[in-house]
Design a protein around this ligand. Structure first.
Ligand SMILES: N[C@@H](Cc1c[nH]c[nH+]1)C(=O)O
Length: 368
């Protein structure tokens, strides 16, 4: 065992990726802040029980735990900042008027890596709009997610909309299912397994598999399926969102996609961008549980920008100006103010520091 080894799924970020990570975080948070979202910064670890159960229908999760000798209790490293924002909104900021707009950005830790994402530590950046989950609120959040993602340098953004509680809604209404059957139907729809659906006596759900794809067509098919209008309000809300995104992003609809949606209620969405495998962000509506038992609607998004790091790092042209021994510090400060990165001489030459320009007799000179 060498001391240079890091545990599986954990890694150092080196130059230039670490700088690109900071630039991405700043760009996304600035975009979010400009829309009135105030930053919160919850801690990296909390008591295990306060990380789970704050959001309605959130599943018990596998958490990375640590025994805290001080409190003699188990702490867990946060896998998702949204649950912490829910806690803050329901406790310390419970007195603040609604809607409450909050943002966050920082590292999160997963117990296990997934095949698509071998990292266990990743950066999560997001915004939560607490106190509303209307179509207008959802449209604000989805559009903000696209804007924040674009600010990080992502291009060719696609938003895939989904209805996470669709099967529950239909099963409680026009297409009844036994409770044991509902879970199976959800899984079969998730896998787009038409044969399995028919075999399990849920053929009435088959048209949902077809109602996926580019937004306008998929919505039409979903409308045709919804003969008794039980989905009316949701479909109208989806339309509001899609209209808001015109000219900003491609919109697709996959009403039965549930993967990665754990506590989201009527709306979920995934974000994709050109040149990146898998989703780069996700969001939706959900319900915050307050101490006194009352429930509060909310909507938000999270982006996980790490896959963009390499793309961004390659793009950053670094202009580095070598300042010789005895240079004028005021002039150097002024040049930094103009955007130069300066490297002050420790020796006669800029060996190894990658200088692209030199300051000679008070003048910036191109490389010789
Ligand atoms: N935090 C969620 C996305 C989300 C934010 N707000 C609502 N949903 C996730 O990472 O999957």
């Amino acid at each position: 065992m060498t001391t240079a080894l890091l545990p599986e799924g954990l890694r150092d970020r080196l130059p230039p990726q670490a700088d690109a990570a900071a630039a991405i975080l700043r760009a996304a948070l600035d975009a979010i802040r400009a829309h009135g979202y105030e930053r919160v910064a919850p801690p990296l670890a909390e008591y295990e029980e306060s990380l789970v159960g704050r959001l309605k229908t959130s599943a018990a999760r596998d958490l990375l735990r640590v025994a805290d000798p001080l409190s003699q209790r188990t702490l867990a490293l946060r896998p998702d900042i949204t649950t912490q924002v829910g806690r803050i909104a329901a406790t310390r900021l419970a007195h603040r008027p609604r809607p409450l707009r909050l943002s966050y950005g920082g590292p999160v830790m997963k117990l296990r890596a997934s095949q698509l994402r071998p990292e266990r530590e990743m950066t999560q950046i997001g915004a939560e709009l607490v106190g509303r989950d209307s179509a207008t609120a959802a449209a604000e959040i989805v559009a903000l997610a696209v804007e924040a993602l674009a600010a990080t340098g992502a291009t060719g953004i696609t938003v895939d909309l989904t209805l996470p509680d669709l099967v529950d809604t239909l099963a409680a209404g026009p297409l009844p299912l036994r409770p044991s059957q509902a879970a199976q139907v959800r899984a079969l729809l998730d896998a787009k397994d038409a044969g399995g659906l028919a075999a399990s006596g849920a053929a009435s759900y088959l048209p949902l598999i077809e109602a996926a794809g580019p937004f306008a067509d998929a919505l039409e098919r979903l409308r045709a399926f919804d003969t008794n209008g039980i989905l009316d309000r949701r479909l109208a809300a989806l339309e509001t969102i899609a209209t808001r995104l015109e000219g900003m992003a491609e919109v697709t609809l996959d009403p039965t996609e549930r993967h990665g949606f754990e506590y989201q209620s009527w709306l979920g969405f995934s974000l994709f961008a050109d040149g990146l495998t898998g989703e780069i962000g996700r969001g939706g509506t959900y319900t915050i549980l307050h101490e006194d038992g009352h429930e509060e609607p909310a909507v938000g998004f999270s982006i996980y920008p790490d896959p963009l790091l390499d793309v961004r790092a390659d793009e950053q042209p670094s202009r580095r100006l070598f300042l010789p021994l005895g240079h004028d510090p005021d002039l150097a400060a002024r040049l930094r103010g103009e955007g130069w990165v300066t490297v002050a001489a420790l020796d006669e030459r800029c060996d190894g520091a990658g200088c692209t320009h030199h300051l000679v007799a008070g003048e910036v000179q191109p490389p010789t």
